[in-house]
Every structure is written in structure tokens, then in C-alpha cells.
Design a protein around this ligand. Structure first.
Ligand SMILES: Nc1ncnc2c1ncn2[C@@H]1O[C@H](COP(=O)(O)OP(=O)(O)OP(=O)(O)O)[C@@H](O)[C@H]1O
Ligand SMILES: [Mg+2]
Length: 258
């Protein structure tokens, strides 16, 4: 689905990503860990094609297309969707209209009211995008936009930040719906687990790992100082970071490569 080769990226004239190689096969969900400022958001924004992230070396391929220098709207049309870490407030634009645009990019006809019900968001559709939304409401708005677009590669930058524990189950279930994985939760615990159609892929950035209680991750990776330095089971990585911190996590990864 997505291949990144020897990617180097500069932001504001500073090298942020250094020789990143990554492969996300169709149907796989990868988790990206890394300390503050390690370049996680920059990587996601570069994959989506936001301006300000200058690729100085390397190549990004999506579904066989070289998208390295493709404009952001063409990437969206090809099937990449993102929920950004800090979405902007857009006064004068109703959330309903933005969701309609997302559906258009996904070339879908959607019943917005019905879609919004899935994320308990109907009451917010006629409010300006993110204007005075709470942290959790912003995340639900982002997911609603993704549901309307229905992309094949879903990029989620800290989907659980600012979300209370009850809404976490809703966020987890919505991500599974986006991934076309039919997993239902009762009080945060899975009671039915069936992968209905693992054709969608995802890259999810998390600090807390709470999202791992709700989704099935195929792999975890650690980004440190702009390098991907570890690739293994996501829960194992989370346990290591929790117990020993990132420095130790990186030392272990270095030892493994020697
Ligand atoms: N426009 C910019 N100009 C200069 N530096 C920038 C710019 N955008 C990002 N950076 C820097 O790039 C580095 C990586 O930022 P990035 O947002 O990718 O980190 P992150 O891993 O997502 O961190 P966090 O966990 O805090 O979200 C940081 O040091 C940040 O200050
Ligand atoms: Mg970030």
C-alpha cells in the first residue's frame, strides 16, 4: 500500500527526517511511537503532502504511484486520509460542508446525518469547523471527515489525545469501522472480534498506547531524532518505553542491529 524509501525531509530549513524507510502492506495497521519532537507529525504531514515539508531525498510510493511530489488533493483522491494532531479552526465553514467535501474526494454519496450518528456528532454539524470544540469533539470531527472520505490509507496523529475513557471506546470502534474491521466493544472490552475485510491500512501515532486496547496493530515502530530505529510488536515497544524510557529503547534497538 505505502512504501517510503530513504526519505529525508527538511522543515523550516532544518533536517527533521533522516533516511526513513517504511513499508505498510495492504490491510496492516502500524503504530508509530517516538518522543516529542522526534519527527512523527512531520512524517505524517509529508506522506499526506502538506506544504512546508521539503523532501530533499527519497521516494514515497502509494498503490504503485510515485506520490513524492504529488499535490495534496491528488493524494486524497488516490485514497490517503489524515486526522491531524492539531486541526485548525475554520470560521465561516460549517462542519457539514467540510464533511460533504470529504465525501466528494472519496467519490461517495453519504448520508451525513447517519454517518454523524455513528460518532455522536449530529449536534455539531452546523457549527463552524472546530470553533470552540472540546479536544474530544475535535477528534470525533476528524474521524467523521475520514468516514465520509473512506480512504484506503488512514493516517491518525494521536487520535486519543484529549479523549475521555468512555469516548475512547467510540473512537476505537470508529477506527475499526474505518479499517473495515468489525470489532465491537462493551465497556472498552472487545466481545466480538472478526476481521471482515482487511483491505485498509493505517499508520497511527500514539504516546499513551490507549488506542491499542481497541485496535489490532500489526507492527510498532519507533522514530527517534528523525530515524526509524525499532520495528517490532507494538505492545512490546509500549511496555519497554513505559519501563525504561526512549533512551533505553533506542540503545536496545542499536544493540540488535550490531
Ligand atoms: N515549521 C517549522 N519550522 C521549524 N521547525 C519545525 C517546524 N515544524 C516542525 N518543526 C520542528 O520539527 C521537529 C519535529 O516536529 P514534529 O511535530 O514532527 O514532532 P513529533 O514527533 O510529532 O512531536 P510530538 O510528539 O510533540 O507531537 C520539532 O523539533 C519541531 O519543533
Ligand atoms: Mg506530533
Amino acid at each position: 500500500m505505502l512504501t517510503i524509501e530513504e526519505l529525508r525531509v527538511e522543515v523550516g530549513g532544518r533536517a527533521i527526517l533522516n533516511n526513513v524507510n517504511m513499508e505498510i502492506p495492504r490491510g496492516e495497521t502500524h503504530i508509530l511511537f517516538g518522543p516529542n519532537g522526534s519527527g512523527k507529525t512531520s512524517l505524517m504531514m509529508t506522506i499526506m503532502g502538506f506544504s512546508g515539508y521539503t523532501i530533499t531525498h527519497g521516494k514515497i510510493t502509494f498503490k504503485g504511484h510515485d506520490i513524492t511530489h504529488m499535490p495534496i488533493h491528488e493524494r486524497a483522491r488516490l485514497g490517503i486520509g489524515v486526522s491531524v494532531q492539531r486541526p485548525p479552526t475554520v470560521q465561516g465553514l460549517k462542519t457539514r460542508n467540510l464533511v460533504e467535501v470529504c465525501a466528494k474526494y472519496g467519490r461517495r454519496t453519504v448520508d451525513i446525518e447517519e454517518l454523524a450518528r455513528e460518532v455522536n456528532f449530529n449536534a455539531f454539524l452546523d457549527r463552524d469547523v472546530n470553533h470552540k470544540f472540546s479536544g474530544g469533539e475535535i477528534k470525533r470531527s476528524e474521524l467523521l471527515q475520514l468516514m465520509a472520505q473512506d480512504p484506503d490509507l488512514i493516517l491518525l496523529d494521536e487520535p486519543e489525545s484529549g479523549v475521555d475513557l468512555e469516548n475512547m471506546a467510540l473512537i476505537g470502534e470508529t477506527i475499526n469501522t474505518l479499517l473495515h474491521r468489525g470489532i465491537k466493544y462493551a465497556k472498552g472490552k472487545p466481545h466480538r472480534h472478526s476481521v471482515t475485510n482487511a483491505s485498509k491500512s493505517a499508520l497511527i501515532i500514539t504516546h499513551t498506547g490507549h488506542i491499542l486496547d481497541y485496535i489490532t496493530a500489526d507492527k510498532g515502530q519507533v522514530l527517534f531524532n528523525g530515524h526509524l530505529c525499532c520495528s517490532r510488536n507494538a505492545r512490546e515497544i509500549l511496555k519497554w518505553i513505559g519501563e525504561f524510557g526512549y533512551e533505553e529503547c533506542v540503545r536496545c534497538a542499536m544493540e540488535m542491529t550490531i
